[in-house]
Design a protein around this ligand. Structure first.
Ligand code: ADP
Length: 490
């Protein structure tokens, strides 16, 4: 079947993705970990057991051969074989020995001359090996070569003369350890089969265990998917492990926050509709009552039309405030910060607001403690301060005062807007920055408030990485303090 090269790349990529997915999955890693640990443990046990068998078997065989050699050495002494190495009995014993143990026996006299070699090849030759020399000093030696599978044992041939032990020769037995090797191979084979069985059992157990262990995580994923798809808005409760409990808690916190945001969005939408509807309802009532009457006097017409114009202005103000708020809700990348002379900027803002203050008989004063230059967005900063000063004028008393002051330290500048107005009740202080919140709805409406001014002011200040604080005492006055960094922190 011909597959175009482009498709090969796609197939290959898909395969790689699958491999990557498997490799990254916790299930796979648990299974692998179990298998690696179990096979390492099995191999270690096998090595220890087979190694112990080998040591034990070699020790047994060595002891057995040494015993046989001691018996042989006694016979050799008895038959003075070293001097006259012609004894059919001894020869038969030696060849029987080498047959039984599948090996070779060499007998060396005290001139290091080989008097007997069961292979019959080296008789008459001299043998000087470290083992033979050691053995002449009285103690036998043994050497095991596991690679070549043989065991070399030397035993001294001793005679006791006048209570003195004299080494007259050495028996050197070289025997095959084939049997040990074969047993070990068999043991290894069986151990390997057992290891495979164990690894397979661990694999099945691992698959089962990892499935079981992953179950709570699947429940979390399912729960999150359900919430995302809107099937379920319930909180997650998967407390099987501490980790899943932590994930559930973090998710629930996020869900809680999302719900609050959603609630506040819905509340905002219903507030907006309500606020926009109020002037329209008033206008409709005014227009309907005009239409319902016949021969309406011109004065009444004018009065009602004046009221309708006021409602239109109000509607316009709400829409403008909403637009400002929406702009403020956007990210701070919309800020157009430039170094500004804050003293001059505040003077300009207050100049614009002085006629409004004058209309209400409110004295508006500005006090600056030092010249301040800071990085601000002129339009948004102006909006924030204007709203605060306008409020200070609006919620003031006849003959009251508003004091705006400017100060700075090495990091921030501070604008204080203090008034001698009616103050804000303590229980309302936490809410005044909320959108559409008004302490006294009807009063605020009367004086043209929308309930958005402080929300706009706070957003504008926060966009500058600043903060607004309020302190108020009912019947005494209110002070808003704005703190903004001198250098804008992006
Ligand atoms: P509004 O458009 O109604 O003035 P704001 O968001 O600017 O809305 O203010 C929210 C509420 O906080 C106002 O309705 C008013 O009750 C209260 N408030 C704000 N500033 C002052 C102030 N300087 N003195 C007394 N009350 C104030």
């Amino acid at each position: 079947m011909y597959i175009p090269s482009g498709e090969w790349v796609i197939i290959l990529k898909a395969r790689l993705q699958i491999i990557n997915r498997i490799w990254k999955s916790l299930r796979f890693r648990i299974i692998m970990l179990l298998m690696i640990i179990s096979s390492i443990a099995c191999f270690l046990v096998k090595e220890v057991v087979v190694g112990a068998y080998e040591d034990r078997a070699v020790a047994w065989r060595t002891a057995e051969i040494q015993e046989q050699c001691t018996i042989l050495s006694n016979q050799l002494v008895k038959s003075t074989y070293l001097r006259t190495p012609q004894s059919d009995v001894v020869d038969a014993e030696l060849s029987q020995f080498s047959n039984i143990y599948n090996g070779r026996v060499i007998i060396v006299d005290d001139d290091f001359r080989i008097v007997k070699d069961t292979f019959g090849t080296d008789e008459g030759k001299t043998m000087i090996s470290p083992d033979v020399i050691t053995c002449f000093s009285g103690s036998g030696t043994s050497y095991y070569d596991s690679e070549a599978q043989y065991l070399d044992i030397t035993t001294p041939i001793t005679v006791t003369l006048d209570d003195k032990v004299k080494v007259e020769g050495v028996i050197l037995a070289s025997v095959s350890t084939d049997i040990i090797y074969e047993t070990m191979t068999e043991l290894n084979g069986k151990a390997n089969i057992i290891i495979w069985i164990i690894v397979l059992i661990v694999l099945f157990f691992g698959v089962f265990l990892s499935n079981h262990m992953m179950h709570p995580f699947h429940r979390i994923v399912k729960g999150i998917e359900d919430v995302t798809e809107g099937y379920d808005s319930d909180f997650l409760h998967v407390s099987t492990y501490q980790e899943t409990a932590d994930i559930s808690e973090a998710f629930n916190k996020m869900l809680g926050r999302m719900k609050i945001l959603d609630d506040s969005r819905q509340e905002f939408v219903s507030n907006v509709s309500h606020e926009l509807k109020t002037p329209l309802t008033s206008m409709k009532v005014l227009a309907d009552s005009l239409l319902a009457q016949e021969d309406v006097p011109v004065e009444l017409y004018k009065e009602f039309m004046g009221d309708i114009t006021e409602e239109i202005e109000r509607e316009n103000k709400i829409i403008n405030d909403l637009l400002s708020l929406v702009k403020m809700d956007k990210t701070s990348t919309d800020l157009n910060v430039k170094p500004e002379n804050i003293n001059e900027l505040l003077e300009r803002i207050l100049k614009r607001l002085r006629p409004i203050a004058a209309k209400q008989n409110v004295e508006l004063v500005f006090e600056s403690f030092r010249p301040v230059t800071a990085e601000v967005d002129e339009v948004k900063f102006t909006l924030a301060i204007s709203n605060l000063v306008e409020n200070a004028i609006k919620y003031n008393e006849e003959e009251g005062w508003v004091q705006v002051s400017l100060n700075a330290d090495h990091k921030y500048f501070y604008v204080k807007v203090a008034d001698s107005g009616m103050g804000i009740p303590q229980e309302s202080l936490d809410h005044i920055f909320e959108r559409f919140y008004r302490v006294d709805k009807s009063h605020s409406r009367e004086i043209g408030g929308t309930g958005l001014g402080l929300a706009i002011a706070r957003n504008a200040v926060v966009m500058h990485r600043g903060a607004v604080k309020v302190h108020s005492e009912e019947g005494v006055g209110t002070t808003f303090t704005v703190r903004i960094p001198l250098t804008y922190i992006a």
